[in-house]
Design a binder for this molecule. Structure first.
Ligand SMILES: NC(=O)c1ccc[n+]([C@@H]2O[C@H](COP(=O)([O-])OP(=O)(O)OC[C@H]3O[C@@H](n4cnc5c(N)ncnc54)[C@H](OP(=O)(O)O)[C@@H]3O)[C@@H](O)[C@H]2O)c1
Length: 254
């Protein structure tokens, strides 16, 4: 089967390309550095030609509110038009749990706009909303840091490993379209502040974590349900536990 991975050079895209190629599929890794650009349209029709499945794991180069909205709206519009023209049978996108619950977060607003375009496109689709990746804890901790203090809300979170996201996307790519939203979350529910404390302590980082529910997560105040799965949607649970991921990280000396 011919499968196109938009964002095939990115963090999740690279993993996905490798797994699907290992399974013997014809996989096109598509990204601007490989001559496929969903904003300008360069190379998109050629990449999609003859493909049954498109998986969009691209990301905006800028996270500024207006830029990120423009990126996901334009790139998704172009991609869906090319998919309709070339006869794509299944359009899959990686989105984020909570996109519909945090309108104050500009990135989440942009991902929700992307989801809505796909659902309205007429192309059979699957939207996989994942929770936050363990691999981004470092960056998130930095965004909460002032001096030696890390102020973190106590909201519940269910972080997961990037490898588990790629595995779930493989299942989606080889399965039938849902024409709906599925969610994928980590196996454990922790408090955000607790997660950051455990991470910093495992890395012998001397920063002190202070619990503070008035701190915004990329512009949005969190409540206890903001970032956890929606009870009404189909839920997949990722395998890798935080402790095991941390252990592997220390084995790799990071
Ligand atoms: N961070 C989280 O915790 C989280 C949680 C759930 C879902 N997600 C979603 O996961 C997705 C993938 O994230 P990631 O971290 O794997 O992304 P990433 O590593 O930042 O990779 C982004 C990819 O998008 C490509 N790209 C950028 N502009 C493009 C364009 N105009 N046309 C085609 N491709 C373009 C890049 O290509 P080049 O290499 O050529 O620049 C790169 O391959 C995102 O949509 C994000 O919303 C993230």
């Amino acid at each position: 089967m011919k499968i196109v991975i938009i964002g095939g050079t990115g963090f999740i895209g690279t993993k996905l390309v490798n797994i699907l190629r290992g399974l013997g599929h014809e996989v096109i890794a598509a990204s601007p550095s490989l001559g496929v650009n969903t904003i300008t349209g360069e190379g998109v029709i050629e990449a999609l030609s003859g493909a049954q499945v498109v998986v969009d794991v691209s990301n905006s180069p800028s996270y500024e509110d207006k830029a990120v909205l423009e990126f996901f709206e334009t790139s998704t519009r172009n991609l869906l038009a090319s998919g309709a023209a070339t006869g794509v049978k299944h359009h899959i996108v990686l989105s984020i749990i909570g996109t519909d619950r945090l309108p104050e977060n500009g990135y989440f607003r942009a991902k929700l706009a992307q989801e809505k375009q796909i659902a309205a496109s007429g192309i059979p689709y699957t939207i996989l909303r994942a929770s936050q990746f363990f691999e981004f804890i470092d960056g998130i901790a930095n965004s909460f840091t002032e001096g030696n203090l890390v102020r973190v809300p106590s909201a519940s979170v269910q972080f997961l490993a990037g490898d588990d996201v790629a595995s779930a996307l493989v299942d989606c790519a080889l399965g039938a379209p849902d024409n709906g939203i599925e969610e994928l979350a980590g196996p454990e529910r922790l408090r955000f502040d607790e997660l950051i404390r455990l991470y910093l302590s495992a890395k012998a980082d001397i920063r002190q974590v202070i619990t503070d529910d008035n701190v915004r997560y990329f512009g949005a105040l969190l409540d206890d349900r903001s970032l956890i799965p929606d009870d009404h949607l189909k839920l997949r649970i990722a395998q890798t536990r935080f402790e095991d991921w941390l252990h592997n990280l220390s084995l790799r000396g990071k």
